[in-house]
Design a protein around this ligand. Structure first.
Ligand code: KIV
Length: 258
């Protein structure tokens, strides 16, 4: 699974055969420049998810329920999820945590809405858990995560994201569940893996967590390309003849795509 937040990235990920695309609320940080995911609204997710749905033909599309779009009540979780499936073209929703949201998972699953659960580091609780930290390191915390995972499976979740937990705990949870686990910073024994697309393409600037592997350095390449553009414009090298319309080429299309 990879995250995607726009049409072009969704097209590329689809072409690469990525089976699941998550329109994550991480868009608040990597696309909108916030320091947490908390400011992301349901309208933000609907807007970006609709673009992803237009770009992806083959992937399972999962829309993240953002902070306070499901925590206040089961009804709110149902209405918010309805928007993601109906308006944004998502196939499933993701929500964070257990405890009070387990009932929402149960009702959504019963209503035919596939729910991906998310345990471990749950970024929407960043202030309650004291920062973006590894979770489940003590025996008590590990047992709580395992218990929560079982409850979420029982409630009808079809899969579970495990974020920033020790590899041994992820292995135990994965072995204990029938539904697939998808890890991010959870070691190699989950059934699947997810990365934030900006991280793995090298578009994120600054420090990235240890679990990120960069498969490309598109950020550096982009800066180089932009510098070259500015230089060529200043030097009068761009646009060249091949980028310029002549008066006898009026039937030539100026459209993108095709
Ligand atoms: O919002 C997101 O991108 C996520 C993934 C990191 C799992 O929740």
């Amino acid at each position: 699974m990879l995250t995607a937040y726009d049409y072009t990235t969704a097209r590329l990920a689809d072409e690469a055969g990525i089976p699941i695309l998550l329109v994550g609320d991480s868009l608040g940080m990597v696309v909108l420049g916030h320091s947490t995911t908390l400011p992301v609204t349901l309208d933000d997710i609907v807007h970006h998810a609709s673009a992803v749905a237009r770009g992806a033909a083959g992937a399972l599309l999962v829309g993240d329920l953002p902070f306070m779009s499901y925590q206040p009540s089961v009804e709110m979780a149902m209405v918010s999820s309805g928007r993601l499936l109906r308006e944004a073209g998502m196939h499933a929703v993701k929500l964070e945590g257990a405890g009070p949201v387990v009932e929402a998972v149960h009702r959504l699953a019963a209503a035919g809405v596939p729910v991906m659960a998310h345990l471990g580091l749950t970024p929407q609780s960043v202030h309650a858990i004291g920062g973006f930290r590894v979770r489940g390191r003590t025996q008590e915390a590990a047992e709580r995560i395992l218990g929560d995972a079982r409850e979420l499976e029982e409630a009808g979740a079809f899969s579970l994201v495990l974020e920033a937990v020790p590899a041994e705990l992820a292995r135990t949870v994965t072995a204990a569940l029938r539904i697939p686990t998808i890890g991010i910073g959870a070691g190699p024994d989950c059934d699947g893996q997810v990365l934030v697309v900006h991280d793995m393409l090298g578009l994120t600037t600054g420090r990235v967590p240890r679990f990120v592997k960069r498969y490309a350095n598109l950020g550096e390449q982009a800066v180089e390309a932009m510098r070259a553009f500015a230089r060529e414009v200043a030097d009068g090298e761009f646009p060249a003849a091949e980028h310029t319309y002549a008066s006898d080429s009026s039937r030539e299309s100026a459209r993108y795509g095709g």
